[in-house]
Design a protein around this ligand. Structure first.
Ligand code: HEM
Length: 177
């Protein structure tokens, strides 16, 4: 959090908010969001497909009209691809050629190909802008009596990913306390 806050506050002066023109100059912010979408793709199984004809992939025969489900969650945590795959390490995306926009199959939170998400640019810009401003304007504290060890990242196993237990944080006005 402090590293992200420093990047944003060093770039954006106190008197204004983060705007779209700032986003290309915030590589760590982008890395944090990529790492979050790697670990927690909002649609972990993407949308189901149906094979159009018989095919063979890695020795597995898949007949025509088979329902195919792509496990994007498992792909993005594959230990053959990612070092310490279950750890949150945004730095892995700095100076990396791997992106999450469907061009690299190591992590595909927006899926890939013709039916991949058409809202990637809007989705990423929205999340980047909102997160950047929340981190720029506030310091964030855990609610009373809570420690870092109490934070849990368990999710509910449904079509779209939701936290099982909400995370309750306290926004502190950075100029007051
Ligand atoms: C962080 C934000 C978002 C994520 C992670 C996301 C992820 C996805 C995923 C995984 C799919 C399924 C693609 C597939 O299985 O091939 C999808 C489909 C889709 N998304 Fe997004 N999405 C996001 C934001 C948006 C936004 C902002 C829009 C529109 C403004 C949008 C519009 C769509 C549409 C229309 C489809 C269906 C595409 C089709 O079936 O051809 N998404 N999205």
């Amino acid at each position: 959090m402090s590293k992200l806050q420093k990047e944003i506050r060093d770039l954006v002066s106190d008197g204004r908010q983060v705007d779209e023109d700032d986003l290309p100059k915030l590589p760590y912010l982008k890395a944090v969001i990529k790492e979050t979408l790697r670990l927690f793709p909002p649609a972990p199984l993407l949308l189901p497909r149906q094979s159009m004809s018989d095919c063979n992939i890695n020795g597995y025969t898949i007949p025509a009209k088979t329902l195919v489900i792509v496990n994007a969650w498992a792909i993005a945590r594959d230990p053959d691809t990612w070092e310490n795959p279950d750890e949150f390490v945004p730095e892995r995306f700095l100076n990396s050629s791997i992106d999450i926009i469907g061009t690299d199959f190591e992590a595909i939170p927006f899926a890939s190909g013709r039916r991949g998400c058409p809202g990637i640019a809007m989705g990423l810009a929205t999340v980047e802008l909102e997160l950047a401003n929340l981190v720029h304007s506030f310091d964030w504290e855990l609610s009373a009596g809570m420690t870092r060890e109490d934070i849990d990242t368990e999710v509910l196993p449904v079509i779209t990913m939701h936290k099982k237990h909400p995370l309750c944080l306290v926004p502190m006005n950075r100029y007051v306390h």
